[in-house]
Design a protein around this ligand. Structure first.
Ligand SMILES: [Zn+2]
Length: 216
């Protein structure tokens, strides 16, 4: 797997919520979990730019002050992640899926995030929704909002999956190429590996056919 070569998790989804979905490798049952603790969650959030350095310190302090809140934030985040993945995976499997239970899950997380949000009106600028008035839940709340935004704004046909049956990792990504031709999460990783594998298979097949050349 790519992670053995490169322990740093790649960020290739093209949207923070797709990058969240891609914190399991391969994106299949039994895949490796990258967000294994609240600390790992905070490090990932910093890396994708979801929170700034000052905010990360505030969040850490809130988690320390309120026992259990770090675990709750982690649980909520993973719930948002699996809900979004469930919704998008259902769409990938069937462009017109029936009711998806994951949508209800995300609705609940989004409603909780909304309850912890506030509207700020500036004198000389438009009003603004500030998500995450409770520092302990800033990360899952922002992700729940971003997930809803992603589902509302992005054409589902542009969300693609790195093809597992061809040796890819199952990660989701936003295909922003002009002719929607992107196939792999990252050509340098899954694409190149699949290419190399195909080449080896072709060589093996060629060798086998030489061995089985007609005898006289
Ligand atoms: Zn891939």
């Amino acid at each position: 797997m790519a992670e053995v070569r490169n322990p740093e998790l790649r960020i290739v989804g093209g949207h923070p919520v797709l990058d969240l979905v891609n914190t399991v490798t391969p994106r299949r049952p039994g895949g490796r979990e990258h967000i294994t603790s609240p600390t790992a969650l905070l490090a990932w959030s910093r890396r994708v730019g979801l929170v700034g350095a000052g905010e990360a310190r505030t969040i850490s302090a809130a988690w320390r002050t309120r026992s259990g809140s770090a675990g709750q934030a982690l649980h909520a985040t993973l719930d948002v992640r699996e809900s979004v993945y469930g919704i998008l995976a259902a769409r990938l499997a069937d462009p017109t899926p029936g009711p998806v239970a994951a949508l209800e899950h995300l609705t609940l997380r989004w409603a909780a995030a909304t309850a912890r949000s506030t509207l700020v009106a500036g004198a000389d600028r438009p009003a603004e929704v500030v998500v995450g008035t409770d520092p302990a839940f800033v990360v899952p709340d922002r992700l729940a909002f971003a997930a809803v935004e992603l589902l509302r704004a992005v054409d589902p046909r542009h969300v693609k999956e790195c093809p597992v049956d061809e040796g890819g990792c199952g990660w989701l990504f936003l295909d922003q190429s002009r002719n929607s031709s992107r196939r792999w999460c990252a050509m340098a990783d899954c694409g190149a590996q699949a290419k190399a594998r195909k080449l080896t298979e072709r060589r093996r097949a060629a060798r086998a056919s030489t061995v089985r050349a007609p005898r006289r």
